[in-house]
Each structure stands twice: as C-alpha cells, then as structure tokens.
Design a protein around this ligand. Structure first.
Ligand code: ADP
Ligand code: MG
Length: 331
C-alpha cells in the first residue's frame, strides 16, 4: 500500500484546482412542521449562504399562506369563509387548488384535500381522534366536487357547510419545487432540498449520484433501501410520521376519503418523478389507494416509479424500478 502513496498525492494535486474552486454548503430550519434542509455546491460562500436563506424564506412564505393553524393564512380564511360565501384568493392559491383537484380526478378521489373535513378533528400529538358520530356526520363533506373554483372572479366556494380543506399532502412538495426554482435561477447546478419526506435533487453529487435512503417503517434506526439518484424528485409517505395507537389500531395522518379513517393497507410509499409537487401528491394518493390500485396507477403514468412497503413489511416496486433495484434491509 505504502508504495502507492506518491501516486495518490500526485493525483490529489492534479485534482486540487477543481477541489478549491467549490464547496458544499448546508443549511436548514424547522418550517411547515418539519425539518427543511438545503445542500448546495457553489464556489462562493456569500452567494451560497444567500441562496440557502432565499430557499428557507420561500418555505416560510408558503407556510404563512397555507398553514391551517395560522389565522392570517389564506387557507385559514378560506376554511372560515368559503362555505358561506365566494371567497377571493391569490393566483398562487387558486393554481394549487386546481392542481389538487386534478390529482383528485387522476386518483379517483384518493387524493382529496377535503379530507380535512374530518382530518381537523385529529390531534396526533395529543392522541385525539374524531368519534364515530363525528366521522359519520362529516364523511359526506369529504368530496372534492364540493370545491367550486371560478377562474374569472378567481374565487373559491364550498358547496356545503362544514367543508374544510388542507394542503398538507402537496404543500411541502410544492415548496421544494419553488426552492429548486430559486436555486436554478441563481445558476446552481448541484443541490438537494428536503422537507421531511419530500426531496428534490438538482444535478448529481459532483460526478456521483446522491444516495437517498428510504426509512424502515418500523425501525427508526434503519433504512429499508438506499437509492442512488440524480436530477429527480422523491417523496415518501409513511404511517410512522404522525400517529398514535389505540386498541391495536394505528391512527395516522393519511386519511382514506372513503372511510374517513387512516388508510391501513401500507406502511410506506416512495414515489420517484420529475418534481416534488407531483411525487408528494402521488405518494399520499398511492398510500390511500393501496398496493394493487396504487401500483396500477404508477405503472400507467410514464413519468413516475414507486417503492411500496406493505403492512407485512414486504417491498414492492413499479415496473420501471427493475434496473434501479434498491439494496434492501429491514422493513
Ligand atoms: P408528510 O410528508 O406530511 O408525512 P404525506 O405526503 O404523507 O406527508 O401527506 C400526509 C398529509 O397529507 C397529511 O398530514 C394531511 O395533511 C394530508 N392528507 C391526508 N390524507 C389525505 C388525502 N386523502 N388526500 C390529500 N391529502 C391528504
Ligand atoms: Mg405526499
């Protein structure tokens, strides 16, 4: 081995110029109820810092607009008013509602932002869930067709009293895409933005792929798989993020619009695709659809792939994943 050392030093010296020209920069913050992290490659420290701050500011802006908890948010105002009167909204909010409705149509109602008509009765931290009565009464209010958008007046109205919406199934993916847009405009070519289960990779990791882990749903310390990826978006929805157990039933944050209860067929769904708005909405959708219908949907769409872990811990993949076959461990 020692005989090789001079060769390695020469090689390192040859590589030096490119090494000192750039650096990886990292930043993060807790926003939208999750950990946001930004990693970029850039030559200049000041520009890199500015870029990371700009991305985090964009997350803060989106959180202020879409949070169901912030009384000044646009979403809060819509939930308060739109079941009583047509409510004016921003173009950005209107566009997000339109996109959400498009996913409802695509998934035959599995993705439905009116899940919140029941969803807001849950408090996962406190272990609170809606009573059978509340579920029974509110179930007819989970129906995306009750959302009436009017393009000319840029307004939204809910066709029944008590309808509520929540963009938690798409907002983080949207925010990651907005962040990537900011980095692209700044000329950055290698970056990772992740927001909890939603990540998007800009370029590769400088000549190598990024390695993105899929969490093992029943073991916090372990990964179920590691995927080598570049220039792609990846979202995971799991039943282990926000949940509590009661009488042997796991109550978690992904709600089946058909039953008004947590979707129980899968433990996690990972979707790979071109952007995080798409992969975020689809990971939630496939989680609700279950294995058979979920895989059928992903195999029908030509821009996405899926890795699914069922409630026995068994891993399933969409057709196009065959050549990417992840290294598997504990599920
Ligand atoms: P997270 O990254 O927040 O764990 P997911 O992408 O798995 O998110 O989405 C879960 C979130 O989606 C829930 O917290 C809730 O806000 C929202 N949601 C739950 N059920 C549905 C549904 N059927 N359709 C659309 N959104 C949903
Ligand atoms: Mg999602």
């Amino acid at each position: 081995m020692t005989r090789q050392t001079p060769f390695i030093s020469i090689l390192l010296m040859l590589l030096m110029p490119s090494l000192v020209l750039g650096n990886w920069h990292k930043g993060g913050a807790a926003i939208m109820g999750t950990r946001i992290s930004v990693e970029i490659w850039h030559e200049d420290n000041t520009t890199a810092k500015h870029a990371i701050e700009a991305v985090l500011d964009e997350f803060r802006r989106i959180d202020r607009a879409l949070s169901p908890y912030i009384e000044e948010s646009e979403l809060f105002r819509v939930n308060r008013d739109a079941d009583k009167q047509r409510t004016s909204i921003s173009q950005e909010f209107f566009d997000l509602l339109e996109r959400s409705l498009a996913y409802s149509q695509l998934t035959d109602g599995a993705f439905d932002i009116t899940f919140a008509s029941i969803g807001y009765h849950y408090d996962f931290r406190k272990g609170i869930r809606p009573s059978e009565d509340v579920i029974g009464n509110a179930l007819p209010l989970i129906n995306y067709r009750l959302i009436r958008l009017d393009t000319d007046s840029r307004t939204v109205a809910f066709a029944q009293e008590g309808v509520r919406i929540d963009l938690g199934g798409i907002a983080k993916g949207y925010a990651v895409d907005r962040g990537i847009g900011i980095l692209q405009r700044l000329g950055i070519e290698h970056a990772l933005i992740s927001a909890g289960g939603d990540s998007r990779l800009l370029g590769d990791h400088r000549g190598r792929p990024w390695h993105i882990g899929i969490q093992a749903p029943r073991n916090k310390e372990a990964l179920a798989a590691v995927l080598p990826l570049s220039e792609t978006a990846v979202s995971t929805s799991g039943d282990y993020e926000r949940f509590f157990e009661r009488d042997g039933v796991r109550h978690h944050h992904i709600i089946s619009p058909k039953t008004g209860r947590s979707a129980g067929e899968l433990r996690s769904v990972t979707i790979l695709g071109p952007n995080t708005t798409h992969t975020d909405a689809l990971s939630t959708s496939v989680f609700v659809l279950g294995l058979k219908e979920g895989l059928a949907l992903i195999n029908r769409l030509d821009d996405v792939e899926a890795v699914i872990i069922d409630n026995q811990g068994k891993m399933h993949m969409s057709k196009g994943m065959e050549d990417l076959r992840p290294s598997s461990a504990e599920n």
